[in-house]
Design a binder for this molecule. Structure first.
Ligand SMILES: [Zn+2]
Length: 520
């Protein structure tokens, strides 16, 4: 029996089921798509299906065979109606028998999804008012202001055609497969991969575009926001007419329109402590495309608890950074590097601080690139470094990130504290900043502007982290510098980096400004 067939007459599910009976199977799952009496606000009286039969049968058989191999099921079949169908008719039937039920369910779902996306079949709807028209399912069409959720199982994905059906074009990865580093094996790796993207905004848009274009097999999208007109200068994938709609849904529709082979799971909700661990399950890699610290640090902690790698991108006005948190006990995490930057509002997001559209575009593109390299096993950003890119000066830096011995996230994740010795006399303690100045130290405030405004630090140079390292060459390499931040963690990391660049007399104020207050 051929596994994918067309039928010009009504289907008999009982007979179809009998053909898949197998005594070694304990599970059987079937799906029936029915013709319903309305679509897109039109009352439908009947349907006609037309197929590009030769191509469709081959493609359909490939899908069923792929399901049998992928899920290890015993038997599977799909039958699609063609010709004229009445309301209530079964338009498509899928049946799968397997040793266990779970594979049967999953294979059944896979077949119906793939058939909808890949098999060239067209549908003509006949309406109550006597009109008729070839319709496409919006799931694969260009989004419009009238786009809706599409759960109706009777409609199939067809290229739009005005009485002139044409086969739907297939995704073509030849331009990337041509790379020696990708090849057919790399393409299979991408197809087998699953990536969860947190945030479908300025960073998430380029990330999703490139990952979908590259043929990453499964993409999850988490975003609880609705599109606003002020988003569009940087989120140029969306349309003005989409404003007010859930971004997770809009992004999922765009992914499907770009590449129907990608399986998309959209979650129109905000990541929180209650759902984060569940959401990251089943993905190979998580990309943080969020714009707030709460989400970033939550993801960081989830990475450490689950061992799931998370690639972070953050943008602030004209600069941004990338960091990969491997999620293991020995690699540094976000809190190892930024232990005090846990409050939102400390550094503004795009809404408050302003941003030019291409800035998140650049970082989202870099993030997509690093993600593809990660999935392909190519060299890239290591788990112990950060990439900082200033788009005003166009200067990039790769900084070493260190596993902080006192990191609370690592401690909470149950990792043993790193026993590596602290670099010698990197940190010093003073009762006051005046005392440090009296001892011959030049004070450098490495906090960012907002923190400095909130808590001024007189008689000091102001060189926020990224600037400090970019402008280190302007400092006297033999100078006695005391780096100061809120808690001493950032200044410690900065002092460590300056040390590695030859600043031997550079120190960090232990405990930062908080430490001073507790002494006083
Ligand atoms: Zn840590």
């Amino acid at each position: 029996m051929s596994t994918f067939t067309f039928s010009g007459s009504p289907l008999d599910p009982a007979a179809l089921q009998r053909e898949l009976r197998d005594e070694q199977c304990g599970g059987f799952a079937a799906f029936e798509g029915w013709v319903r009496n309305h679509n897109e606000g039109h009352a439908v009286t009947r349907l006609e299906y037309e197929a590009f039969a030769e191509l469709a049968e081959k493609e359909g058989a490939r899908i069923v065979q792929a399901a049998i191999e992928k899920f290890g099921v015993t038997r599977a079949a799909c039958v699609h109606r063609i010709g004229s169908l009445a309301i209530g008719d079964i338009a498509v039937w899928v049946g799968v028998s397997a040793v266990h039920r779970d594979e049967a369910f999953r294979a059944c779902r896979f077949i119906i999804d793939e058939v909808k996306h890949r098999v060239p079949i067209w549908k003509k709807e006949h309406y109550v008012n006597g009109d008729s028209g070839w319709v496409n399912c919006e799931r694969c069409a260009m989004p419009t202001a009238h786009e809706h959720e599409h759960d109706h199982e009777h409609a199939h994905l067809h290229a739009h055609a005005h009485n002139a059906p044409a086969p739907a074009p297939m995704p073509d990865y030849s331009r990337q497969v041509a790379l020696r580093e990708v090849g057919a094996a790399g393409q299979s790796r991408l197809r087998a991969a699953a990536v969860l993207v947190i945030g479908a905004g300025g960073l998430g848009v380029p990330v999703l575009q490139y990952l979908a274009g590259a043929g990453v097999g499964r993409l999850g999208i988490v975003d609880g926001d609705r599109l606003e007109p002020s988003n569009l200068h940087r989120q140029t994938w969306y349309a003005l007419a989409d404003c007010g709609r859930e971004k997770a849904t809009l992004a999922a529709n765009r992914v499907r329109a770009l590449n129907p082979e990608v399986r998309v799971e959209s979650h129109a909700l905000r990541l929180d402590a209650g759902n984060a661990e569940r959401l990251v399950q089943g993905y190979d890699l998580v990309l943080d495309c969020s714009d707030n610290f709460t989400t970033k640090f939550l993801l960081n902690d989830v990475a450490l608890r689950t061992g799931k790698p998370v690639l972070f991108a953050s943008v602030y006005q004209y600069e941004g950074q990338l960091q990969l948190v491997a999620g293991d006990a020995s690699s540094p995490c976000l809190r190892c590097v930024w232990p005090e930057a846990t409050r939102d509002g400390l550094v503004g997001n795009c809404a408050e601080a302003g941003v030019l559209g291409p800035v998140p575009g650049v970082f989202g593109s870099l993030q997509a690139l690093e993600a593809l390299k990660h999935l392909l096993g190519l060299p890239g950003l290591a788990a112990n470094e950060m990439l900082i890119f200033d788009l005003v000066t166009l200067s990039t830096q790769r900084l070493r990130a260190r596993r902080a011995p006192g990191c609370v996230a690592h401690a909470r994740a149950g990792a043993p504290a790193e026993t590596a010795p602290e670099p010698e006399v990197l940190e010093v303690q003073f009762a006051s900043l005046a005392e440090a100045t009296a001892r011959g130290f030049t004070l450098i405030d490495v906090r960012d502007s907002q923190e400095r405004i909130a808590e001024p630090m007189p008689a000091s140079l102001h060189l926020p982290m990224s600037k400090l390292l970019a402008q280190a060459s302007d400092l006297d390499v033999d100078g006695r510098y005391l780096l100061v931040c809120a808690t001493g963690r950032r200044s410690g990391a900065a002092a460590d980096l300056l040390r590695s660049q030859g600043f031997r007399e550079c120190r960090s104020l232990r405990g930062g400004l908080k430490g001073l207050q507790s002494i006083a």
